[in-house]
Write a protein that binds this ligand. Structure first.
Ligand SMILES: [Zn+2]
Length: 341
């Protein structure tokens, strides 16, 4: 572990149950090579959660034996929805249900607490930034990418010239809520899927765990009578679909085909918007058995309609290090924002 870095940034990834922390040296080398997790206490409200973030910060510095005077900036990421400057949605969210969180400025609160500049990103954008910088390294500013990360929802981000595209209201890169054509995606008699955001037929309504639970699984169980997943409560069954897919179960494969088709259609839209160098796919599927994971990425590629000129230059890849991508991406954002131009 190097202690010769003249200065460092700290990355803090805030999740529903834990914070993960990392340290990134000025030269771009991570000084922590594994998860460094502590309880996030977000359910106890903002005050307890800011304490927990400060403890995560102190803990990771103690772990690396670095003094806080070396820390030039802190990168923070949380689940959304939140503004580009880290104000949690006034309607709250899955992770931030306590009224104390509604409209809470988590970035400023942490900055005041630590007395160090804090750079904010939502978790999807942080992971997208990490994937981009890991792939391109020093050439990161020469490339663009789009990342679709399939979890409870469909997160991700758009990176242009090495920087996250934020948008006027901080709502750029909300890929899950982009409408996609459903023609040829839905099977006969399959209802048009509905998203938790209120849209009908957006990418997340298909390509997310929630989409499996609310839309895909209930339909496909009617087509595979007597399937063992029908015996489980639907939430539990939805979580079990991936294991069935890895084992080659026909019902599960139909569900994953539809998800790959949805992501491919989303990427087809991206191809005509920002024409990225790389299309990243992330989420639980990254941890799946290699044969299944490769099949899924290939299905996404087949469903992404690129022009010949784009085919020649575009690549498809996985968002790596699922558990550490958030903290590492948050740290990269702090480093990129701190380096002299
Ligand atoms: Zn939606």
């Amino acid at each position: 572990m190097s202690t010769s870095e003249p200065w460092v940034v700290v990355g803090l990834d805030n999740g529903g149950t834990s914070n993960n922390a990392t340290v990134l040296g000025e030269s771009g080398t991570f000084l922590v090579d594994a998860l460094h997790e502590t309880p996030s206490r977000v359910q106890d409200g903002p005050e307890a959660a800011i304490d927990a973030l400060a403890e995560a910060f102190d803990g990771v510095l103690a772990h690396t034996s670095l003094g806080r005077s070396l820390v030039r900036a802190v990168g923070l990421d949380t689940p959304g929805p939140a503004s580009a400057l880290g104000v949690i949605s006034s309607k709250g969210s899955t992770n931030f249900q306590q009224p104390g969180w509604w409209g809470f400025d988590v970035r400023t609160a942490l900055e005041n607490r630590l007395a160090i500049p804090v750079v904010y990103n939502n978790d999807g954008n942080a992971a997208a930034l990490y994937a981009h910088h890991l792939l391109y390294g020093l050439d990161a500013t020469q490339h663009s990418s789009v990342s679709a990360i399939i979890g409870t929802g469909l997160g991700g981000g758009v990176v242009e010239a090495g920087q996250v595209v934020r948008g006027a209201a901080g709502m750029a890169g909300e890929l899950g809520h982009v409408h996609i054509p459903m023609d040829g995606l839905l099977a006969e008699g399959q209802p048009v899927p509905r998203c938790g955001c209120g849209f009908v037929g957006d990418a997340e309504s298909v390509a997310s765990l929630t989409g499996i639970e609310k839309n895909l699984l209930p339909y496909w169980l009617t087509r595979f009578e007597g399937h063992p997943l029908a015996e489980l409560p639907v939430r539990q069954a939805a979580r079990a679909v991936r294991g069935y897919g890895e084992a080659g179960d026909p019902l599960a494969l139909r569900i994953f085909e539809q998800q790959a088709m949805a992501v491919g259609r989303l990427f087809t839209i991206a191809a005509n918007f920002t024409d990225p160098s790389t299309y990243f796919v992330g989420g639980g599927v990254v941890e799946a058995a290699p044969a299944f994971r490769d099949w899924f990425l290939d299905e996404v590629r087949k469903n992404t309609l690129l022009r010949a000129e784009q085919e020649a230059v575009a690549t498809f890849a996985l968002v790596p290090d699922r558990d550490m991508a958030g903290a590492r991406g948050a740290a990269i954002a702090a480093l990129v924002g701190t380096r002299p131009a």
